[in-house]
Design a protein around this ligand. Sequence first.
Ligand code: SAH
Length: 350
Amino acid sequence: MTQFFAGLGQKSFRASQVMKWIHQRGVLQFDDMTNLSRSLRDELSVVADVSLPEIISDQISTDGTRKWLLRIDKMNAIEMVFIPEDHRGTLCISSQAGCKLDCAFCATGKQGYSRDLSTAEIVGQLWLAKFLLAEQYQTDDRIVSNIVFMGMGEPLLNFDNVIPAMHIMQDDFSFGLSRRRITLSTAGIVPAIDRLKEQCPVSLAVSLHAPNNELRDSIVPLNKKYPIQVLLDACRRYVSDSPRARVTFEYVMLQEVNDAPEQAKQLAEILADVPAKINLIPFNPFKGSTFKRSSNNRIYRFRDFLHSQGLIATIRKTRGDDIDAACGQLAGMVTDRTRRSQRYLKGHSQ
Ligand code: SAH
């Protein structure tokens, strides 16, 4: 932004003024930015544009979870979810329209991939949520306290747009979120984990989902490129400078696929020397999925075993399932450039 204003022959403080207008006061018309000169406002109206994703639908679940479907262009729409809890409010945002990774149990993966979101489309999600939630809750207090990149897409495959978006979220002139309150969730793009540490060391969540390569290859195909030990090395490097930091490992509980006691044992072994927190996610079914959610008994046994090995493990509470807003159910509307959705639907009609 500073560079942009330098290009117009303006002083750098114009950048922070405009950032505040847009992100703190919610003003989108240059004409209303009253501490800018008339001539600058006129010039900005010609050379720049502030636009937002368009809201297609806006639903609130019985448990307070709110989900939006947002149009980003003629062909694509993405989903965003807000999850209110007692002492925090978490916004789950998307980084791509669709996803290239095709994890076996994920609704977004089944849709194929269309395109990366721009930095503006990523930050625009937070902007919309912030001001719509202020209306809903009738307060200017910070309602979105945490951001998770757990919507549609693989954020580390859209690195160049996601990093500046996370910087804007942290900027004091815009949202001022601390880096620990932003969680980037990845299936494990190893080289990008190292670059993330250098450029924007936010909280890291890794979608592990299996305790050995054979099983992980079959449900997270990216594992063939970056196998478990290579991924865990990257995780150790990620937190190596901060003695108290831990990587969160997500583990979707799939009945009789990855939830047996023996698999809990393997998981405890591979994570024994990694600063880890394990988050067990009960599988959320979606149309056409063949997996089943593990029974509560199996989930508790799995967690209890991890506890007995001295690991930190929690079970993610499923929220918003009456409006299909639960983890892995985000589908949006994607023009599939990979044609994966066609192959998937064919496979299911046979
Ligand atoms: N591409 C990123 C973000 C994906 S979504 C990643 O892989 O981490 C966030 C989490 O939801 C991931 O851990 C993902 O594996 C999980 N998930 C996907 N489908 C799910 C489903 N149907 N039920 C429960 N969790 C799911």
